[in-house]
Each structure stands twice: as C-alpha cells, then as structure tokens.
Design a protein around this ligand. Structure first.
Ligand SMILES: [Zn+2]
Ligand SMILES: [Zn+2]
Length: 122
C-alpha cells in the first residue's frame, strides 16, 4: 500500500524536477502599479518553453502601456528625424519664400505658414 509523501518531499520534488506538470499559479506584484496579478501555470510553461528566465514584472495592463510608450517613443524618434528636413519652397498663394518640414508632393501647392493658417483656421 502506497505511503503518502511528506509535504516537504513534494516541495523538494517540485523544485528539483521542473518537468513535473505540478506547476501552480503564482501571484506577482506589478512593479508599475503595485497590484497583484496571476502568472498562470500555462504562462509559466510557455515561458519555460521559450527559455525565458525572468518571470513577468508587470500586469497585462501595464505591460501593454509600456509597449505603447515604447512605440510612442519610436514614433517620436521617427517623426523627429523627418522634422529635421527643411525644404525651401515658395508659397502658392502669396509667393513668399518659406521652408516646410516635409518633401512636397509633385504638383501639390505649398503654402507659407500664415497662408496655411488662413485656409485652415483650426
Ligand atoms: Zn500594473
Ligand atoms: Zn503665403
């Protein structure tokens, strides 16, 4: 008749034989908002399969917010490069010399700032 394993041995086995399917959900405190979120057993297995060593640090909301921040920074850097472009043009309305931060499309009129604002009051 089988003897029941002592809890400490179970714990030992769980830590030693990481391949046992005996993975439990883990509560993690988000480093951004401080709220607790569940790192599910399924996600832990996913992490292990991908050879990821570090458990997640952020809840899903904060992780998404962080990704959005990063892509916003990337976008800002991209547009920042474009904004360094200065193209000399003559205003199609008043004919004054001006520069624009983009390459005007062929055949499209370009306006100086004051004419542009007059046409687009908002
Ligand atoms: Zn969070
Ligand atoms: Zn003008």
């Amino acid at each position: 008749m089988p003897e029941t394993e002592p809890d400490s041995l179970k714990e030992f086995n769980r830590k030693t034989f990481a391949d046992t399917p005996d993975i439990e959900d883990v509560n993690i405190t988000c480093i951004d908002c401080g709220s607790q979120f569940v790192w599910t057993a399924g996600e832990q297995i996913f992490f292990r399969d991908k050879n990821l060593q570090n458990p997640p640090k952020r809840c899903k909301t904060c992780k998404q917010a962080k990704n959005e921040r990063l892509s916003a920074i990337a976008n800002a850097q991209n547009t920042g490069v474009k904004q360094k472009i200065e193209v000399a043009v003559y205003c199609a309305t008043c004919g004054s010399y001006t520069t624009v931060p983009f390459y005007p499309s062929q055949g499209r009129p370009v306006y100086c700032r004051s004419c542009f604002l007059q046409m687009n009051p908002n």
